[in-house]
Design a protein around this ligand. Structure first.
Ligand code: WT7
Length: 655
């Protein structure tokens, strides 16, 4: 064990093969079939992707070169011309899918809307014409700051249609965060709504836009406002215009602009742990292809599916797997405004029942919240339409996986645990549900065409079950191309942690992992969060999983606290299931439980009980802040992405 690797202490042995019925009907129906695809792609990735680009997408003009790889710069389908909005809309209109539901939308107050491919196409063309009228041209950046309503997807597709680059900012971000992102992208137009619904409340989106613009984003000339809630808002004369007033005045005909494969499609900001957010840049051809193929294979998509991804369009998951991937495949994608809320904590299960959802894709943090809310909520609904479940966002602890499998999936639905990142654009490590036997907590095997390896800091592969740095060794079509306006930061952030060796470049974006004897990948969390106890480097995920496997624990986050003797000591922040209360005895019991589950090395020195944990707005626990708290320090670094500031105050008060 070298000092540049991470020790693995948790062993999860359960295995769940897909049912014969599921496999029989699946597109990729056995591990042999997966292995064949994988081997073929590994032997000649370019011809593998080229063939898929030919069969799966429409191109206005064919490419000259499949891949131009000048590390760390990759260009895919060089010279090819296409438009992703054409692939998501126009090409379906000449088939029976013309009148198929493209988007099914359910609003939080219970209103709903269904848009067929023909209807969606019409609205996208209209919005594209409005954008043109407001002066947007190919290459201009357009900010999108929207609630989860169909117009959010319409806005993205309208930008793509005319070649404008969209920059979606999550509607839960504050005016400051919005301003920072609009400035960095030198955005020309902003598309927003008066407000939106979230957890029984109105979110005041337009007010936030006004605040963001008042201190000046000089590049913004217009704000296009969609009426959603009908609340009173300020409309700045000469700057702000209503969508519902302009929509009837424009033509519903707007041909899709032929774009170069490498033309920018969008910028999406991801917060680094320190410093200003990075504008992750994705381009057109490779992104269209990769999100298309991964959606089709990983969700084993059928024309009869009602597919629901619960993410927000403000995250990459919403871009790739609510909008572009599903629509490019002609699927029915369900969009839901809001979140499980006090007035109806079972609302997600109502939606599944109401629309007969067949594929459900969500995050571990949501699954743990569902668990905490109790089995009676899903059990009171008919969830028998579900045939496939998915998870993304962080390592899923086996306890939550088992609950998802049993209570939501009725033990019949495979679970696809998809490991990927804003930067990767699409799924990197994931089961193919008709083929891959799953293990709770493992994202299993790489998607065909992805060469993943766990290495030490010198780029040498580590041994079986040894933890290290999760890297990708060959370019893939939807990889990020740069950090917007800062190529040097791109190089430093992703390509230099593991230095290139003999011409081999390693893409590394911060996760620790191990590979087991079956070649399955187990993501162990961010390497920035690794805890070093008496010379043992421990990932956070495994200790947290051990804690959550105790019946009293709903959620847990562990961090290291400086310790003179051991280097660091494990401090665990724990929120309890409803029927339990914090006590000395329970703290003792939990420490003992961790020792029994994984050994004395991981024994928490301290357990801190808390009703809630500090999370980003996308639901990730911010361990960096907990580290400050555990060490009794001031909170340092950026906290603008924090979901609920009051959580920190409560924790500081020593809950
Ligand atoms: C980070 C990327 C990708 C869409 C949502 C998050 C963690 C994501 C998994 C998974 C273990 C996961 C990683 C990754 N992560 N999915 N299935 N198993 N960890 O996108 O905000 O760019 O975050 O999320 O740490 O690096 P993101």
């Amino acid at each position: 064990m070298s000092s540049s690797t991470i020790e693995s202490i948790l062993q999860e042995k359960r295995t769940f093969p897909p049912s014969p019925e599921f496999s029989q009907n699946a597109k990729i129906s056995s591990m042999e079939a997966y292995q064949q695809l994988y081997d073929r792609a590994a032997a000649d990735p370019e011809s593998f992707w080229e063939e898929l680009a030919e069969t799966e997408l429409h191109w206005f003009q064919k490419w000259d070169t499949v891949l131009d790889w000048q590390p760390p710069v990759a260009q895919w389908f060089v010279g090819g011309k296409l438009n992703i909005s054409y692939n998501c809309l126009d090409r379906h209109l000449t088939t029976w899918r013309k009148n198929k539901a493209a988007l099914i939308w359910e609003g939080e107050p219970g209103d709903s809307r269904t848009l067929t491919y023909a209807q969606l196409h019409r609205e996208v063309c209209q919005m594209a014409n409005v954008l043109k009228q407001l002066g947007a041209q190919k290459g201009d950046r357009v900010g999108i700051y929207m609630p989860m309503i169909p117009e959010a997807a319409i806005a993205m597709l309208a930008c793509a249609r005319i070649g404008a680059v969209h920059s979606v900012v999550f509607g839960g971000f504050s005016a400051d965060a919005l301003r920072q992102r609009l400035q960095d992208g030198e955005v020309k137009l902003v598309i927003t709504a008066d407000g939106g619904w979230r957890k029984d409340n109105i979110v005041h989106l337009k007010d936030e836009v006004d605040k963001a613009l008042v201190e000046g984003v000089p590049t913004v000339t217009n704000v296009l406002v969609v009426k959603r809630t009908g609340q009173d808002i300020h409309m700045e004369a000469g700057r702000d215009v209503w969508w519902h007033e302009l929509q009837p005045t424009v033509s519903a005909d707007c041909p899709a602009e032929p774009m170069d494969s490498e033309d920018l499609l969008f910028i999406l900001y991801t917060s680094g742990s320190t410093g200003k957010p990075k504008g992750v840049v994705h381009t057109t051809g490779g992104y269209n292809l990769y999100t298309h193929v991964t959606t089709q294979w990983t969700f084993d998509l059928k024309d009869t599916d009602v597919y629901w991804c619960t993410a927000d369009v403000g995250w990459i998951t919403g871009h790739s797997y609510i909008v572009y991937g599903p629509l490019s495949n002609g699927a029915t994608s369900l969009m839901y405004e809001g979140a499980p809320r006090p007035s109806n904590p079972g609302c997600f299960w109502d939606v599944v029942e109401k629309y007969g959802v067949t594929i459900f894709y969500t995050a571990p943090t949501a699954i743990r919240a569902f668990m905490k809310a109790g089995d009676q909520l899903p059990k009171a609904r008919d969830l028998s339409s579900l045939r496939l479940l998915g998870t993304v966002g962080e390592p899923i602890n086996p306890e939550a996986w088992m609950w998802y499998h049993q209570v939501i999936g009725g033990e019949r639905c495979p679970i696809v645990d998809t490991w990927w990142q804003t930067e990767t654009g699409g799924f990197m490590i994931t089961p193919l549900p008709g083929a891959t036997p799953t293990k709770p907590g493992s994202a299993t095997r790489p998607f065909p065409g992805i060469i993943a390896e766990v290495v030490d800091l010198d780029g040498n592969p580590v041994g079986v079950n040894e933890g290290g740095y999760l890297t990708i060794k060959y370019p893939w079509p939807s990889m990020m191309r740069t950090v917007y306006g800062d190529f040097d930061r791109f190089r430093r952030s992703y390509w230099e942690h593991i230095p290139p060796k003999d011409g081999q470049y390693f893409y590394f974006a911060g996760d620790g992992a191990r590979q087991d004897e079956d070649g399955y990948f187990w993501v162990m969390g961010r390497v920035d969060d690794v805890i070093s106890v008496a010379g043992h480097r421990l990932g956070t995920m495994e200790i947290e999983s051990a804690l959550v496997s105790h019946p009293a624990v709903a959620e847990a986050a562990v961090v290291g606290k400086p310790d003179e003797l051991k280097g660091e000591e494990v401090v665990a922040f724990v929120s309890l299931e409803g029927e339990y209360t914090p006590s000395e005895e329970l703290a003792k019991e939990l420490k003992k439980h961790v020792v029994e589950e994984i050994g004395a090395i991981a024994r928490p020195g301290e357990i801190r009980f808390s009703d809630d944990l500090p999370k980003t707005r996308s639901g990730k626990i911010m361990r960096r802040l907990l580290r400050n708290l555990a060490a009794g320090e001031e909170i340092t670094g950026d906290t603008s992405t924090l979901q609920d500031r009051s959580v920190l105050d409560k924790l500081r008060g020593g809950a």
